[in-house]
Design a protein around this ligand. Structure first.
Ligand SMILES: Cc1ncc(COP(=O)(O)O)c(C=O)c1O
Length: 427
């Protein structure tokens, strides 16, 4: 039986039978997507959605982009994986180094979670110290260190992290310090007190949907430089999205290391750690020697299909005013959303950058994890549900905008915003 001939109900039954919670752990168990084209997807029941989930971000130029399809088909004919250098990965590394200000060398992984794990390990090895400073609410994937104070349900004493999952060794807590995003005074105090044991700082320059305050990233850069600490930007979301050169180009602050993922794999599993030669040389046994060598191996690292898709995606992004279109789409959506809520008398903040944003139901400006967390979650759930009914799909806490979204997609979404605003105003 062909996979497409299973009914939606049969697929959901099988999902419940064979997957914990009936899902892959990503979007909910109530959704089975069968195909995507451009800025839209269709579910197994045949319903079409304007897609702002975008595969959680990778499909920036839309589903099944012809140039990506051609590149992938051509590579499929040559072979799918070799566990050795291959042309697409080498050329993708070159493209990343040409694009991102901090990039002198690239090491590929299959997921962003691995990339951030290596970013933290590389900083620890480089400085010969063990503690990493991260930010409350900052997401760096699912590794043990990343799952410190990603979504704390209570406030800690300020710097002490709260693990977001059972099963994380207690010892990891000792190795992570947590700071409030956008609070340079707080970060400065922590770094000044702990710099002797700190190995480096990892940050989402644009944290989830929160913009950096003017001066925050510049201050963080100056602070880390002053204490000779490597600074890593997690650019899994922002790389090739905020601008071709990522958040570091967009905000004009250059870190020592960054991670990339999502867009750079063109919809296939590929991510990477990128950075200054001096730090990345630790992955080179010849340069680092026996003692300093940082091994990093992955069966599918630099996979040629993924790298071909990534290269084709970057090619599309370099052409045709892709970013102007992306930001134009995003601005129309953000403005339309804010207007819809204002007209319905709903108190809300539309926050983010035009390519990634969301709505938070609060009268407070969103500057850090706790101001974001103060938003009314039931209104958010209602908002997302009304959008879904109106054929607009998004993640629980993000809109990912696509270069491929059309005016028709935007108009449909603006209509859904009005319906959602009316529904929320009624409650
Ligand atoms: C900023 C950031 N870092 C890391 C990751 C983890 O990437 P992956 O899901 O590929 O492991 C994500 C995933 O959403 C992310 O948003």
């Amino acid at each position: 039986m062909d996979q497409q001939s299973h009914s939606e109900a049969a697929l959901r039954d099988k999902a419940r039978a064979f997957l914990p919670g009936g899902s892959f752990g990503n979007a909910g168990a109530d959704l089975v997507i069968v195909e995507g084209t451009g800025g839209r997807v269709r579910d197994a029941a045949g319903k079409e959605y304007v897609d702002f989930l975008l595969g959680s971000g990778p499909m920036l130029i839309g589903h099944r982009h012809p140039e990506v399809m051609t590149a992938v088909r051509e590579q499929l004919e040559r072979g799918t994986t070799f566990f050795a250098n291959s042309a697409p990965g080498i050329l993708l590394a070159e493209a990343i180094c040409e694009a991102m200000p901090c990039a002198e060398k690239v090491r590929f992984t299959s997921s962003g979670s691995e990339a951030t794990l290596y970013a933290m390990r590389a900083m620890r090895a480089f400085r010969g110290r063990s503690k990493i400073l991260k930010f409350e609410g900052g997401y760096h994937g699912m590794n043990d260190y990343a799952l410190m104070s990603l979504a704390p349900r209570r406030r800690s004493n300020g710097i002490e992290p709260i693990p977001d999952s059972p099963g994380i060794p207690e010892a990891i807590r000792e190795e992570v310090l947590v700071a409030p995003y956008n609070d340079l005074d707080a970060v400065t105090a922590i770094v000044e007190e702990h710099h002797d044991s700190l190995a480096g700082v990892i940050v989402e320059a644009f944290q989830r949907v929160i913009q950096p305050r003017p001066g925050f990233l510049e201050g963080l850069r100056a602070l880390t430089e002053r204490h000779d600490l490597p600074l890593a930007f997690d650019e899994v979301v922002t790389g090739f999205r905020l601008s071709y050169g990522g958040a570091q180009e967009f905000y004009g602050v250059v870190p020592d290391l960054c991670t990339v993922g999502k867009v750079v794999g063109g919809g296939f599993p590929l991510a990477g750690l990128v950075g200054r030669e001096e730090i990345m040389a630790q992955f080179d046994q010849g340069a680092a020697g026996e003692e300093g060598f940082l091994p990093q191996i992955g069966t599918l690292s630099g996979n040629p299909i993924a790298a071909s898709a990534g290269l084709a995606t970057l090619g599309v992004l370099r052409a045709d005013e892709a970013y102007a279109r992306l930001f134009d789409n995003g601005r129309k959506l953000m403005d339309g959303l804010a207007n819809a809520m204002r007209s319905a008398g709903v108190e809300a903040q539309v926050c983010g950058e035009p390519c990634v944003f969301d709505i938070v139901f609060t009268d407070q400006p969103i500057v850090d994890y706790w101001s974001w967390e103060s938003g009314d979650k039931s209104s958010n759930a209602r908002f997302n549900a009304v959008l879904r009914e109106h054929g607009v799909l998004k993640g629980t806490s993000k809109f990912y905008v696509s270069v491929a979204h059309t005016q028709e997609d935007i108009d449909q979404t603006l209509g859904a915003f009005e319906a959602a605003a009316a529904e929320i105003a009624r409650h």
